[in-house]
Design a protein around this ligand. Structure first.
Ligand SMILES: Cc1cc2nc3c(=O)[nH]c(=O)nc-3n(C[C@H](O)[C@H](O)[C@H](O)COP(=O)(O)O)c2cc1C
Length: 191
């Protein structure tokens, strides 16, 4: 089994990536393969609303100049996915939103590419707006007919500078429990 994660932070290996790695550690203990893609420095364009993905129905977006189609392929080929973001002005980062918008359309245009996969949101936040960011990611999972495991608290941790989230003990614990619950669910679904 495999879980792919996308880190929407513009800072590579910073708080959001640290949180994803806490979830990954629990998945890996259960023998689940993991893959992290960091979107820092990547340009992912927004959806053009051209609906050509419905006309072509080839599991691709017509915009070929950025890595979106590669990411959709990774998401469709995995058993589970983590979409992770820092809070930017009470929401998710623009690059992750662009990924979500286009992946939603390509997934729907092709009969539900992500149906019954396991999805988990992860958010790093300094102080406020985290629930809105989590909701935005969870809306994608639920609209895509995916299955969302819970944790001991909502899936965020507090931090401003790189590494701060590791001082939020409850936030780290939430990521660990999330990883354990994600592994449990993946095993049930694949048994
Ligand atoms: C453009 C921008 C907007 C931000 N907006 C918020 C916000 O609305 N609420 C908040 O608590 N933190 C906000 N932050 C702080 C980040 O969410 C926080 O530093 C987070 O830990 C960054 O994760 P990273 O280290 O993975 O980049 C913002 C940071 C940036 C760069």
């Amino acid at each position: 089994m495999k879980v792919v994660a996308f880190n929407g932070s513009n800072r590579k290996d910073s708080n959001t990536a640290i949180l994803v790695r806490h979830v990954f550690a629990e998945l890996e203990k259960e023998g689940i393969e993991t893959q992290l893609t960091q979107l820092a420095g990547k340009e992912i364009r927004g959806c053009l609303a051209c609906y050509k993905c419905y006309v072509n129905a080839d599991k691709r977006c017509v915009q070929e100049k950025d890595p979106l189609n590669e990411y959709v392929r990774d998401m469709a080929g995995a058993d589970g996915m983590i979409l992770a973001s820092p809070v930017y002005v009470a929401s998710i980062s623009p690059v992750l939103k662009a990924l979500i918008d286009r992946a939603t359309m390509v997934g729907k245009a092709n009969g539900g590419l992500f149906r019954h996969k396991v999805g988990a949101a992860v958010v790093a936040v300094r102080r406020g707006g985290q629930v809105n960011a989590l909701d935005t990611i969870n809306h994608f999972f639920l609209l895509s007919e995916m299955i969302v495991p819970g944790s001991s608290y909502w899936n965020f941790a507090f931090g401003l500078e790189k590494g701060d989230v590791d001082r939020d003990a409850e936030g780290v614990q939430t990521m660990k429990v999330l990883g354990q619950n994600m592994a449990w669910l993946l095993k049930k679904l694949n048994s």
